[in-house]
Design a protein around this ligand. Sequence first.
Ligand code: FAD
Length: 542
Amino acid sequence: LHYLMWFRRDLRIDDNTALSALCDKAQKDRAHVSAVFFMTPKQWQQHDTAVTQVDFIARRLPHLAQALKDKLNITLTVAVCDTFDDCAEILTQLCIDTDVTCVMANHEYEENEINRDTQLIANLAEHNISVIRHHDQCVLPPASITTGEGTMYKVFTPFYKKWQQHLDVSPMSCHSPTLVNENTPAPVTSLAEALTKKVTHADSKSSIDTLTKDIVNAYQDDWQKRDALKHINIAEQLARTRDNYPADMDAPEARLHDFISDDIDDYDTHRDTPHSHATSRLSAYLTTGMISPRRCYLAAIEHLERKRSNKDSDETDITRWCSELAWRDFYRHVLCDKPELIRHEAYNKKLDKAVDWSYDEDDFAAWCCGRTGVPLVDAAMRCLNATGFMHNRLRMVVAMFLTKDLLIDWRWGETYFVQNLIDGDFVSNNGGWQWSASTGTDSAPYFRIMNPFSQGKSHDKDALFIKKWLPELADVPADVLHSEAKLNKAFGDKDKEEKKKDKNKQKDKKQDNPYYDIDYPAPIVDHKAARKDTIATFKDSK
Ligand code: FAD
């Protein structure tokens, strides 16, 4: 017997539900286990997957291959086929050619992924080959937390209460797969042999390393041809994410361990301060499945138990962090309940359609490049462009600014984020954007619009974050950077050409404005006026 583990967004061995189930089954049935991962660059392009994320996945695969070989005796074959359609076709043929009778995988909840699986299941059913999928992406699987009527919650808080109750009553554990392929004959034709002459592939650590690097280079070349992203220095993004996000097998567990020992106890206090690195930075590992959300939850709960046994009663920080994992679950459960969200349809369709969204390309370009004249927004965007990551508080600030101050369609911002984030994840990203645009489930009320200047004052008091990413503002005091009026005074009329031509006026200007020479724009929008207009627009739309 020959069984196949199909890795997707679950690039790990520990607590991988499908892998553990397959190994158990193989042990019982005395079957041989092989594993496969498909790189699908054209499909990723269609999904706008960031180069940094493709690179992250590519960097993981050689490590995964080696660990599977060392720990479980399983050979991982990495194959390249452009799209999900090709993938379903190749995988069908691969199963037939290598006498596979059972394929196991973990569920993916997005539409193209579901269609691919449906196609594959239908293809394989004709050959009596079974495909078994497991829920693995959430702490608690979709549809397991419902109202008394069995429907999905529309609001997070009651969902979260039930989520917690569920976990209190049935505590969970993580599973590790058992050793396989001992005394089980390998298939007559290996995956690599079956793929020869069909698609490019590799099945050893070094050949996977070479293959995946080639794919990333080609993906990066294609990416750089995209006009909308010309201002981004992808080489810089890649260099930084390679430093900040190691992809070896121990990296996510080490990050979780460091967060729990150093930061979780202050999470609630410091999590909104972008400069302090007080959050876990596990999102990219969770998005690609390099760590399981259950493992993260259990590590936090074990820490909580330790605190309780030491008579330390302050649980706020730990439960706050667990609630973030619950938000991640919540948005996944919402997508499974409303699959149309994947087509960028709003949760609140009526409101979304009634708002007269702007499609102003100049405003959008200013936002993307970090040239809106609003320091916190610009610093956050330049940080994203350089590092492929943005802090959660800043994601909310820039998303609100785009959708409420500039009234630009949230879909534009949603796409730009996925194109740049190493943790880009359709579900959490869509949830975050619709929260900010007030078109989502349990989203920010339309009249509660964040003021980006007071957000700066509250969360970046000394402007340390702003100055890091906007070095041209290094000598401008924080009180100027957090005040719309002072920014207008400092940078307001510099662009007026006629003043520039008049040398005397320029000299005068420099005397009464020390920031006159700094190349930084005045705010492109008047926040108070924009807020008033937006509230009126949403009120009318309702
Ligand atoms: P921590 O604060 O340590 O939180 C732990 C984990 O909980 C995170 O790793 C993440 O998996 C989850 N989490 C935290 N906050 C949220 C949230 N609001 N919604 C869903 N899950 C959450 N998260 C992504 O993973 N991918 C995205 O593409 C994404 N896009 C976003 C877009 C917008 C407009 C907004 C407002 C939020 C978005 N988020 C996204 C959620 C959140 O900003 C990130 O998960 C978080 O900043 C990651 O940092 P961390 O790992 O240090 O988080």
